[in-house]
Ligand binder design. Structure first.
Ligand code: ZN
Ligand code: FE
Length: 258
């Protein structure tokens, strides 16, 4: 049993593509290839051949490299069953509670609609890795393009019990702007203030802030904290139900000018 070795590939303006390598069998997956070129370049650098593409959702900045990579490597494309018609080249559609094997490592699939109606996430428990696409971000969450606040809250709640040490491999470097917003709705959260400062230092030095951990997200991400009294108070929603608090937080973020 070898844990996945995970490499970050920056692409486009702020996308991260995650290359997951299971070294016992040289199984190699790319999560959400925006484009083929940076993936091919990274595989050449590492001397690896791509065996799988894992898509979380249909957006072009997550599937743009699918067909070119399939042609180049003859790899297998796994993606959301609920959106199979919008995933270029899909071979294996998957949904809630399905499993995905990468060599010796097994991932579990969650259906997490909200950002898009067919969004899924992959959790590789023994590698402490969650590939969550545009559902959960560092101190943020995806915009609700095709879903309701209730759906997205339910989706995010599926991550709530994942172990603290789970690494959150989200698909974008949005952390600094997310932190600025988070401070406006959770102003007395000491862990958040500390993390926001650390993130500013990292970004000033040109460094990535992703992956984070579930422990950090639970402590600082306002979109996971709808049940926290401090956040409810800052929003003027003391005692409101979690979906209402989450919906108000998402609405304010949509209107927030960083
Ligand atoms: Zn997206
Ligand atoms: Fe995206």
């Amino acid at each position: 049993m070898a844990r996945l070795k995970i490499h970050r590939i920056p692409a486009r303006k702020d996308n991260y593509l995650w290359l997951a390598h299971e070294p016992d069998t040289d199984t190699v997956a790319i999560v959400d290839p925006a484009d083929a070129e940076p993936v091919i370049a990274k595989c050449e650098e590492l001397g690896l051949s791509l065996t799988h593409i894992l898509n979380t959702h249909h957006h072009g900045d997550h599937t743009g490299g699918n067909l070119a990579l399939k042609e180049y490597f003859d790899c297998v494309i796994i993606g959301p069953a609920a959106d199979r018609d919008r995933i270029p080249g899909i071979d294996i559609p998957v949904g809630e509670d399905d499993t995905v094997a990468l060599g010796t490592e097994t991932g579990r699939v969650f259906d997490v609609p909200g950002h898009t109606r067919g969004h899924i996430a992959y959790w590789f428990a023994s590698s402490d890795a969650l590939f969550c696409g545009d559902t959960l971000f560092a101190m943020g969450c995806g915009r609700l393009f095709e879903g309701t606040p209730a759906q997205m809250w339910d989706s995010l709640s599926k991550f709530a019990d994942l172990p603290d040490e789970t690494r959150v491999y989200c698909a974008h470097e949005y952390t600094e702007a997310n932190a600025r917003f988070a401070l406006t709705v959770d102003p007395d959260n000491a862990a958040l203030k500390k993390r926001a400062a650390a993130v500013s230092r990292l970004r000033a030095a040109g460094k990535a802030t992703v992956p984070s951990t579930m422990e950090d997200e639970r402590a600082t991400n306002p979109f996971l904290r709808a049940e926290e009294p401090g956040l409810q108070e800052a929003l003027g929603l003391v005692g409101a139900d979690a979906v209402a608090v989450f919906a108000e937080t998402r609405l304010r973020k949509d209107n927030f000018k960083a």
